[in-house]
Design a protein around this ligand. Structure first.
Ligand code: SAH
Ligand code: SF4
Ligand code: F3S
Length: 475
């Protein structure tokens, strides 16, 4: 913190009776959620505090997503609302960051058409935000700073978590897969793994802070290869090697899970996302060997047609995917399997779509996200000429969602009568008398329990089911 900033803070406090207030608005996936926690941590280190409302905010940070066109549109809509705030209170500092900012045409559009934006930064330089903010607030300087590549991972940044009991933990950044529809490799850069010791250090600190459940984040966690430090033995505090997996000085993902499994205080480990093309037997075995690894996997399939999968550059076939599901269920019979689908990828024929419907019947997913294909500028698929007409896309989408939801409801009904351990997360937003939490398999449960139970692992018997949630009673 510079002296100038300290003076600014003091003057602000004197004038307003409180520190400068910030607001983060986050779109997109858990990567962005996690980045926003870092941004909030950096702001708190600068002496700012969370704003009670948008109207009170002195600093507004919008963390953007670019995965589909509607995400882009939402952002441009939000810029209009921010303009109004800036007109009413010109001293408000406005910052935009995240995946959209890694695209030159977006940054150009902001510079040309949205002059009320003060700061633009990208996904590779969160750590540079405090400097940009200070010049914007103190010198009214506009700042645009985007880095093309991530380079060395910056460790040790502060974080302000949303949940006291659950935490996101990055294990890797970027993606090298280049699925032909996807913008993420362009917005998040090349794949880079964090060092195992750095991940362990963070998880141990989280456990000491009362965190029970961690969600390990990466676009393709199966390709995690973390370089152990020379002094790894000392860094690990004498921890057992877990399920081993250190090869050529680099630890693989199941090996990392094994090490985290040994950390006291952590009760649950989840991860996302794993790519079917390199889901290893070692990871499947981790469901058997690592007691804290939850019985759930999000395994995006995208399509049930091997022809479409090839054009998507997914590098697996329908048969290979089905074989994986069989192996997962052989090792872990109750594992909950969830997925993502893209409907209407260029060239998807009715026969391709029927292959997807067939895959749905064979796997019977616990739940699924379904997306209409959205053309992303700069991706290979954007140049494919054989687009599926909008009405056909929508018809397929509706039929698919209806079937997926029916299966989800059936699967939830099958849970009635089961005894589950639920991590109580807090009172339900719609009915404060009810507690919400998740089962080991990741299903949402509502049950009656006192508010003080939040953060505890509780035995709950499932007594009722809806399509997207379960009801239960404490036992
Ligand atoms: N790394 C993850 C997914 C990240 S994006 C993985 O490989 O599984 C999350 C989901 O958004 C993807 O699984 C895909 O279903 C969807 N998606 C990505 N790009 C899309 C596009 N251009 N149009 C529609 N859906 C898309
Ligand atoms: Fe996108 Fe494919 Fe990478 Fe997932 S694996 S982020 S879908 S390119
Ligand atoms: Fe996530 Fe959207 Fe970026 S899905 S990685 S925030 S493009």
């Amino acid at each position: 913190m510079t002296n100038q900033w300290k003076e600014y803070l003091n003057a602000y406090r004197e004038a307003h009776g409180r520190p400068p207030a910030y607001l983060t608005e986050t779109m997109g996936c858990q990567m962005n959620e996690r980045d926003s926690e870092t941004i909030a941590g950096l702001l708190c280190d600068l002496g700012c505090a969370p704003a009670a409302s948008r109207e009170e905010a002195d600093i507004i940070v919008v963390n953007t997503c670019s995965v589909r066109e509607n995400a882009d549109n939402r952002f441009f809509g939000m810029l209009g609302r921010i303009k109004k705030i800036k007109e009413a209170r010109p001293d408000t500092v406005t910052a935009v960051c995240g995946c959209m900012m890694q695209q030159q045409h977006i940054v150009d559009a902001i510079k040309e058409r949205y002059p009320w934006v003060d700061i633009v930064f990208g996904t590779h330089n969160l750590h540079e935000f405090p400097g940009l903010l200070q010049s914007a607030a103190l010198e009214k300087a506009k700042a645009v700073l985007i880095r093309d590549e991530g380079g060395e991972i910056v460790e040790g940044l502060p974080s302000k978590r949303k949940s006291p009991f659950k935490a996101y933990v990055n294990v890797m950044y970027g993606c090298d897969n280049h699925c032909t529809y996807c913008i993420v490799p362009y917005t998040r850069g090349r794949e880079r793994s964090r060092r195992p010791a750095a991940v362990e250090r963070e998880v141990r600190a989280l456990a000491a802070d009362g965190v029970k459940e961690i969600l390990l984040l990466g676009q393709n966690v199966n390709s995690y290869r973390g370089r152990d430090e020379g002094s790894a033995g000392a860094e690990n505090g004498g921890l057992a090697e877990g399920c081993c997996g250190a090869e050529g000085g680099k630890l693989d993902f199941p090996g990392l899970i094994g090490r985290l499994n040994a950390i006291e205080g952590i009760e649950r480990i989840r991860f996302m996302t794993s790519h079917p093309k390199d889901l290893s037997q070692r990871l499947i075995d981790a469901y058997r060997d690592c007691g804290k690894l939850c019985g759930a996997i999000h395994l995006p399939v995208q399509s049930g047609s091997s022809r479409v999968l090839a054009r998507m550059n997914r590098r697996y076939t329908k048969e290979a995917y089905l074989e994986l599901i069989e192996r997962l269920r052989a090792t872990s019979p109750d594992i909950a399997i969830t997925t993502d689908f893209i409907v209407g990828f260029p060239g998807e024929t009715q026969a391709d779509f029927e292959e997807t419907m067939d895959l749905i019947e064979r796997v019977r997913f616990d739940s699924a996200f379904t997306f209409l294909y959205s053309k992303r500028k700069g991706t290979p698929a954007a140049a494919y000429a054989d687009e599926v007409p909008e009405d056909v896309k929508h018809r397929r989408f509706d039929r698919m969602v209806e079937r997926l939801n029916a299966i989800t409801a059936e699967k939830n009904r099958a849970c009635i009568g089961r005894a589950e351990i639920v991590l109580a997360e807090g009172p339900s937003k719609t009915n404060p008398a009810m507690m919400t939490g998740r089962t080991d398999s990741g299903k949402l449960v509502h049950f009656r329990a006192p508010a003080e139970c939040a953060g505890r692992m509780l035995p709950v018997r499932i007594t009722g089911a809806r399509t997207f949630s379960l009801y239960g009673e404490l036992t």
